[in-house]
Design a protein. Structure first.
Length: 136
């Protein structure tokens, strides 16, 4: 599943992880987990696209699309950081949960592997170890 050329990662990423304004929607409210995950992805030598719009018709985005380390134009996996786990956030309440199910079904139908982590798993290193084993 090739990625449109306008959404491929730049060779030299900016300090915020991405310099191409068409593919990266910079959010000044990035969480500690997002910042740390981007650091971990760089440490693993993985190129990534934050806020990747993956569906041709819907506005769905992955938090991160990680590129294959050997075939840079081919996606390897998608990563979602699912917040609000213990606070009855959007992802754990009924309607949000059902919408996420639809999104992940469509992603699977399009051939994407989606790895979901809680912010705690990013912060405690669980996500890093998983990605080291399965994505690099």
């Amino acid at each position: 599943m090739p990625v449109p050329s306008t959404q491929l990662p730049a060779k030299a990423a900016a300090a915020d992880g991405y310099s191409d304004s068409q593919t990266y929607v910079f959010s000044p409210k990035r969480t500690d987990a997002q910042i740390l995950l981007e650091i971990h992805l760089r440490e693993l030598g993985l190129e990534f696209v934050p806020e990747f719009k993956f569906h041709p018709e819907r506005e769905w985005r992955f938090d991160y699309l990680v590129m294959d380390p050997f075939r840079k134009h081919i996606p390897n996996c998608a990563i979602e950081i699912e917040g609000g786990v213990w606070k009855q956030g959007r992802h754990t309440r009924g309607s949000g949960y059902l919408k996420d199910m639809e999104k992940y079904r469509e992603a699977a139908a399009l051939g994407y592997k989606v790895y979901r982590f809680s912010p705690q798993e990013v912060l405690n290193g669980t996500a890093l170890e998983f990605l080291r084993k399965h994505c690099s």
